[in-house]
Design a protein around this ligand. Structure first.
Ligand code: GBH
Length: 497
C-alpha cells in the first residue's frame, strides 16, 4: 500500500473510538446570547484583558453556537465517530443554581446533540471545562464546600435533559488546572490571579482539590442511583497527566519523579482510582510535615473524613486522560527559589526539558519521546487498569497561516504509535480524542496558539473552517485503522466518505 515501510501492520481495533475534543468557552462564543449567564472567564477577560496574550476573549471565539452544524460536518469529513465537547454551566443555569433553568441553553445542546446522533457520532460530554458561573465564584467558588452540592444539582439537570442521548459523561476537565493552576485558569482562587480573584492564599488550592473530589463523587452517585438503570451510560472524570521521568537513575531523582507524579495527578486520581482511596500517602505526609514547620495547626491539605473517602473511592466509570508532554525531574537541579507555601514548594523538585525534544508553538509543550505510552503504562500499574480514554492530545503551532502542519502530523503519528504500544500492552484504552477539532481560544494564550485540525481566521466574521494537512492524515488513519507514516494527501479538498 503506497510502498509503506511498515512491516508489521498493527491495527486499531474496530471498536476503538476516534474523535476530536473542544470546550464551550474556547469555541462557542455567544457569551451573552439567549439568556446565558456570565462565567468567570467572561468576567476575567472583560475586566483584565492584560492577562491574555493578545488581549482577546471568547466573546465570539469560533462562534460554534451559530456554526455547530459545520462543526459536525467537519467530524464527518474526518470520519470521526466521537466528539468530546463541554456544556457551559451558565448557559444552562445562568446563576449557577437549579431554580433558574435557561430553556434556550437546553434547546441549543439538544439540537447540537441531535445533529451528532443523526450522523452516528457519539457525544462525550464534559460538564465542567472551567467556565464557572460568576455568581458561584462570588460565593467562594471551589473554596466553598457547598460547590459539591451546586455541582451535583447542575449534574442532575444535565443527566435529566441529555442522558437519554448522551452515554459518556465527564464530570470535570482537569482538576489540577481547576485547583492548582487556578490563579490562571479555571477557578481564580490563587494569590497571583487577576483582580478581583486574587484574595486568598495557596491553602485554597488544597481546599479545591478536596471539594472537587467530593463534587465529582456526588454527581457520580446521582448518575449511579437515579439514571444509570434507565440511561445505561458511563460517568467518568478527566485528569491531566504529563509524563515525569527521573533525570538520573539516582534514588533521589527517582523519588523526586514519583513525588511529582503524586502532586501532579496522584492527588486527583488516587482518591477515586486507588484501592485505599484518599490522597497519596507520601504526598500528604509531606504536606502535613511542611505545614507543621510553617506553624499551621493542621495540614494545609484537608484530609477526607472516612465517610468522604468511601464516597469518593470508585466514583468514576473511567479515567479520561489529557496528555500533551513530559519533563525530567531532579531532586537537585532547577529547584524553586521562592518558598511561598504551595504545592510546588511542598513537592520541591526541579524540572528539566532536554534540548533535543522538539519544541512546539507553546513554551510548555515539547514532543517527549514515548510519553503517552509511558503514562498509560504507569497509570495501568498504579490503578489496576481501569477503562481509559485519551480525552485530549495535541500540538500547538503559532497563529501564522500554514495549512502544511507537518510538525503536528509528526506529533500525532508518534502519539498514535504509543496508543498501539499501549493496546499491545493490555492497557484498557477505549478511545482517542485529538485536541482540537479546530483552532480556538487558548485561554491565557488567546488566539496566538493554535491546536486545531482545522484552521480559523479569527478576523473573518464567518469564522470559515479550513482543513489543515493533519486533518487529512488523521482521517486516513481513522479510515484505515493503521499508521502509514508516508501517507500524504493528494489534494487539500475535503469530502465526506
Ligand atoms: C488542556 O490543558 C485544556 O484542557 C484545554 O482546554 C487546552 O486548550 C489544552 O490543554 C491546550 O493547552 O502557560 O506555561 O503557564 C492542558 C494543561 C495546563 C497546559 C496549563 C498549559 C500552562 C502552561 N495545561 N499549562 S504556562
Amino acid at each position: 500500500c503506497h510502498g509503506s515501510p511498515v512491516t508489521k501492520q498493527r491495527r486499531f481495533p474496530t471498536k476503538f473510538m476516534f474523535g476530536a475534543a473542544t470546550s464551550a468557552y474556547q469555541i462557542e462564543g455567544a457569551w451573552d446570547v439567549d439568556g446565558k449567564g456570565e462565567s468567570i472567564w467572561d468576567r476575567m477577560t472583560h475586566m483584565s484583558p492584560g492577562f491574555i496574550e493578545d488581549k482577546s476573549n471568547g466573546d465570539i471565539a469560533a462562534d460554534s453556537y451559530h456554526n455547530y452544524k459545520r462543526d459536525v460536518q467537519m467530524l464527518r469529513e474526518m470520519s470521526l465517530d466521537t466528539y468530546r465537547f463541554s456544556i457551559s454551566w451558565p448557559r444552562i443555569l445562568p446563576t449557577g443554581m437549579p431554580n433558574d433553568i435557561n430553556p434556550a441553553g437546553i434547546a441549543f445542546y439538544k439540537n447540537f446533540i441531535n445533529e451528532l446522533l443523526k450522523y452516528k457520532i457519539t457525544p462525550m460530554v464534559t460538564l465542567y471545562h472551567w467556565d464557572l458561573p460568576q455568581k458561584l465564584q462570588e460565593l467562594g467558588g471551589f473554596a466553598n464546600p457547598l460547590i459539591s452540592d451546586w455541582f451535583a444539582d447542575y449534574a442532575r439537570i444535565v443527566f435529566q435533559n441529555f442522558g437519554d442521548r448522551v452515554k459518556h459523561f465527564i464530570t470535570f476537565n482537569e482538576p489540577r488546572e481547576t485547583c492548582i493552576v487556578s490563579n490562571m485558569f479555571s477557578s481564580f482562587n490563587g494569590s497571583a490571579g487577576p483582580e478581583p480573584f486574587n484574595k486568598s492564599t495557596n491553602i485554597v488550592n488544597y481546599l479545591c482539590a478536596k471539594h472537587l473530589a467530593v463534587a465529582n463523587a456526588k454527581a457520580y452517585h446521582i448518575y449511579d442511583k437515579e439514571f444509570r438503570a434507565t440511561q445505561k451510560g458511563q460517568c467518568g472524570i478527566t485528569v491531566s497527566v504529563d509524563w515525569y521521568g527521573a533525570h538520573t537513575n539516582s534514588p533521589e531523582d527517582k523519588n523526586a519523579a514519583e513525588l511529582k507524579r503524586q502532586g501532579e495527578w496522584g492527588i486527583f486520581a488516587n482518591p477515586i482510582f486507588s484501592t485505599d482511596g484518599g490522597f497519596p500517602k507520601e504526598l500528604s505526609d509531606r504536606i502535613a510535615k511542611k505545614s507543621a514547620q510553617q506553624g499551621y495547626t493542621k495540614s494545609r491539605l484537608p484530609e477526607f473524613t472516612e465517610e468522604e473517602k468511601a464516597l469518593v473511592k470508585g466514583s468514576a466509570d473511567f479515567l479520561g486522560v489529557n496528555h500533551y508532554t513530559g519533563f525530567l525531574v531532579s531532586a537537585t537541579v532547577n529547584k524553586l527559589e521562592n518558598h511561598v507555601p504551595s504545592l510546588a514548594d511542598d513537592i520541591d523538585v526541579g524540572l528539566i526539558v532536554p534540548q533535543e525534544w522538539p519544541k512546539s508553538g507553546a513554551d510548555w509543550l515539547t514532543l517527549t519521546p514515548n510519553s503517552l505510552y509511558n503514562i498509560l503504562h504507569q497509570l495501568k500499574a498504579k490503578y489496576n487498569n481501569p477503562v481509559f480514554y485519551i480525552t485530549e492530545n495535541g500540538w500547538p503551532t503559532t497563529a501564522e497561516f500554514n495549512l502544511n502542519d507537518d510538525d503536528r502530523i509528526t506529533y500525532y503519528r508518534a502519539a498514535l504509535e504509543n496508543v498501539l504500544d499501549a493496546l499491545d500492552d493490555g492497557v484498557n484504552l477505549k478511545g482517542y480524542m485529538a485536541w482540537s477539532l479546530m483552532d480556538n481560544f487558548e485561554w491565557l494564550g488567546g488566539y496566538t496558539q493554535r491546536f486545531g485540525l482545522y484552521y480559523i481566521d479569527f478576523q473573518d466574521p464567518a469564522r470559515t473552517r479550513i482543513p489543515k494537512k493533519s486533518a487529512f492524515v488523521y482521517k486516513h488513519i481513522v479510515n484505515n485503522r493503521y499508521l502509514d507514516h508516508t501517507y500524504q494527501p493528494e489534494s487539500m479538498t475535503m469530502t465526506i466518505d
